[in-house]
Design a protein around this ligand. Structure first.
Ligand SMILES: [Zn+2]
Length: 159
């Protein structure tokens, strides 16, 4: 079988950043898939599932309520390797187009207090598996070490 595009990225040199993973065209519509990489693969510890789950619930809630982006949001969810998330948006987009949106989103996650949306037994498949303090910590780390000081090298995959 053919190797899919995301497996051809050199994960040995990949650092936290905001990358375009792929673009798919369906008739007149382009869907851009972003690689929101939050930890350095195979170098740093991966995120645990509870905090990933919390970021997923908060991130999805944020995006689907966003005045500008809610109607262009296709999907937001974690990578199986637990080093980041995929975000799919409608449109032919570049990574720099979403940096402000990601700063807004991860600030929302970092500062969120109260009941996590969709985290009741009738709303979620594993409702007890949440970790808001670690979601705060990871969002703050991504904001301060990556998003707020992002450069070309962390907006484009390196060879
Ligand atoms: Zn859930």
């Amino acid at each position: 079988m053919e190797k899919i595009a995301s497996f051809t990225v050199n994960h040995l040199v990949l650092e936290p950043g905001v990358y375009v993973s792929r673009k798919d065209r369906f008739h007149d519509t382009v869907i851009t898939t972003f690689d929101l990489r939050m930890t350095a693969p195979n170098k740093e510890p991966v995120m645990n599932t509870a905090e990933i789950h919390t970021i997923e619930h908060l991130g999805a809630t944020f995006l689907r309520n966003h005045a500008q982006w809610k109607d262009r949001t296709v999907y937001f969810g974690p990578m199986g390797c637990r080093t980041g998330f995929y975000l799919l948006l409608e449109g032919d987009l570049d990574s720099k187009d979403i940096v402000d949106l990601m700063i807004e989103m991860f600030t929302f996650v970092r500062d969120f207090e109260g009941e996590i949306p969709g985290a009741k037994a009738d709303e979620c498949g594993n409702y007890l598996d949440q970790n808001l303090p670690m979601a705060h910590w990871l969002a703050d780390r991504y904001l301060e070490k990556t998003l707020k000081c992002i450069d070309e090298k962390h907006l484009n995959y390196q060879e």
